[in-house]
Design a protein around this ligand. Structure first.
Ligand code: NA7
Length: 552
């Protein structure tokens, strides 16, 4: 229905990645709402649309980095590799969108420029970049943790540099030809670690400007034969049931024992076996206290440091690459493909900008305290204003005209990462304060929980769904207590907001077990969502429209 230039929707979902597509499917085809997805990119995919740099791939294993809601989908989609590339992931999402006829409800190339909750009509008033005005009962954020807010570091002279500047988080084309070029990369997080070995294959000279050395674990790539994948498919029920009980949304667990329970030889044997398996299993599949006990952590850290020294031929370079300033796994764990071996190549040079910091960019290079490095292309692998950045870009305005930016000036507060007090009828899929791990698994569960909540609101004929402030405070207190147990609370990274100058250092995730978090959300839904208010009788569409007209 359209009135006075305003279109009405039951729900507007912002973002068409894993989260937005599933929210659309569930809310439109199962709950029966009139849903529109708004996506600023020209194509679906979210993270996998924006991150197409060479080497970009998922470091969670493909067969669990997907939706599990449809048996038919699981039966028909065959992953070919252990770690899917960005294009395989986009093919998968296109397949899902085609299968469930999703794209007809997505508006691409359009941004929600403002979102304001109207306290008279109890609806969100949205203005789009294409000039449209939409009033929606529910605003569902599916903006993701990272993709919409790449971090551009404030390096003097960036504007003076005459060469090409590319950011890994905003890399939309396969056409950047870096053959024969002198390339500089700033940043050695997951993106830097993925792109650096690929750049070394084509660049004439590659400088890696490293501020913080990283612990990384080898991926151990593999492909699935038809028979192997058929076996995975046959076992899917068991896989998902293990995933849903697990710490991080993976179908494996630590061995239940402390690293202290073993002697050096036995610890080494366990770690060596997991190292050979590769990937996240090394981090989550060893001892129960690796991420919470400093000494247990140090055993594993020292194991990885030894591996780095074995992989890098030049001892001086190896020492610059060995991390000593943060515990293992306290930054987002990194999975690599020949990362350390890349520094054995004669045309690859590591520049330690921790000890000799970057002073500025010049017209043709990077000036550090120690020297000038001439480059043709600068690649920024400098990360994202993560977790809150994408939501603050949307910056919805809730009760009493208070924006999310104002509400979160000192750091985010939410109820389980899904609802924010004083922002009625707004749901944030994997928002700050939710848990962290295998994202499609978290996303799917969040969407299903939101759908249950909205369905109950409809049953109750409630116009407003709101979390009580006290419930949100209780959750945030729990988050702080839990996070203090983990080594990540000690480290500067996007997990703590410390990667962005001026960003509040805060607790951005619930780091306890995903399985327990999931169970708590299910219990809440089963109990009729205590702590969440369903209020105000819904006005009829006519009255809403009349009020809407008067209030806009
Ligand atoms: P990350 O993990 O935030 O890494 C960013 C990297 O950029 C990291 O090495 C930073 O060093 C470095 N950085 C950032 N700003 C600067 C400046 N000004 N000078 C030098 N170095 C800098 O981002 P990614 O894109 O790699 O990964 C983000 C997530 O995407 C990843 O965790 C996965 O979930 C997918 P620092 O460590 O801060 O010293």
């Amino acid at each position: 229905m359209e009135q006075d230039g305003w279109q009405n929707r039951d729900a507007v979902v912002v973002g068409a990645g894993f989260a937005g597509l599933y929210a659309l499917y569930v809310l439109r085809d199962q709950v029966g709402l009139d849903v529109e997805v708004v996506e600023r990119a020209t194509e679906l995919g979210g993270t996998w649309h924006w991150n197409r740099y060479p080497g970009a791939r998922c470091d969670t294993e493909s067969y669990i980095y997907c939706y599990s809601f449809s048996k038919e989908l699981l039966d028909e989609w065959v992953w070919t590799t252990k770690y899917p590339t960005h294009d395989e992931l986009r093919r998968y999402l296109h397949h899902v969108a085609d299968r469930f006829d999703l794209e007809r409800s997505v508006t691409f190339g359009t941004e929600v420029e403002s979102a304001r909750f109207d306290e008279i009509t109890h609806r969100w008033q949205l203005r789009y970049s294409d000039g449209r005005k939409v009033a929606a009962t529910y605003l569902i954020s599916a903006v993701g943790l990272l993709a919409s807010s790449p971090h551009m570091p404030d390096i003097p002279g960036l504007d003076e540099f005459q060469g090409e500047v590319l950011h890994t988080g905003h890399w939309l084309s396969d056409d950047h030809d870096l053959r024969g070029k002198r390339v500089g990369v700033i940043g050695t997080g997951s993106s830097g670690v993925q792109i650096i070995p690929e750049l070394a294959k084509v660049a004439e000279k590659l400088y890696v400007f490293q501020r913080t050395p990283q612990f990384t674990v080898p991926a151990r790539h593999d492909t699935f034969s038809a028979a192997e994948f058929a076996e995975i498919q046959a076992n899917y029920e068991d896989v998902w049931s293990r995933v849903h009980r697990s710490v991080g949304g993976f179908p494996w667990e630590h061995n239940g024992q402390s690293a202290h329970d073993f002697d050096d030889d036995e610890r080494e044997r366990i770690l060596e076996e997991l190292w050979e398996t590769g990937g996240f299993r090394f981090i989550f599949g060893s001892f129960r206290d690796v991420l919470t006990d400093r000494q247990a952590n140090e055993y594993v850290a020292e194991f990885v440091r030894r591996k780095i020294r074995e992989r890098v031929q030049d001892p001086r370079t190896a020492e610059i690459l060995v991390p000593r300033d943060h515990p293992f796994g306290s930054k987002r764990p990194i999975i690599d493909t020949n990362y350390f071996e890349t520094f054995n190549l004669p045309h690859v040079e590591l520049v330690d900008v921790r000890h000799s910091s970057i002073e500025s960019l010049t017209s043709n290079g990077i000036l550090t305290q120690d020297g000038h490095y001439e480059i043709d292309t600068l690649i920024l692998a400098t990360g994202f204003d993560a977790v809150t950045g994408p939501l603050l870009r949307l910056n919805p305005v809730g009760l009493e005209g208070r924006s999310l930016r104002e509400a979160w000036a000192d750091g985010p507060s939410s109820f389980m990462g899904l609802l924010v007090a004083d922002f009625p009828n707004m749901f944030t899929i994997t928002g700050p304060g939710s848990t962290f791990g295998n994202m499609p698994v978290l996303i799917q569960h969040h969407v299903e929980w939101i759908a249950r909540c909205i369905s109950l609101a409809r049953e109750k004929d409630a116009a407003r769904v709101e979390v009580e402030v006290a419930e949100q405070t209780k959750w945030m207190d729990k988050l702080s207590r839990e996070s203090a147990r983990f080594v990540s609370s000690l480290t500067d990274s996007w997990f703590t907001g410390a990667n962005i100058p001026g960003k509040p250092r805060a607790v951005y995730f619930y780091l306890g077990s995903y399985g327990r978090y999931r169970a708590q959300l299910d219990e809440l839904a089963d109990a009729g969502f205590p702590g969440i208010q369903f209020q105000h009788p819904a006005t009829t569409a006519g009255v809403v429209d009349a009020r809407l007209e008067g209030s806009l």
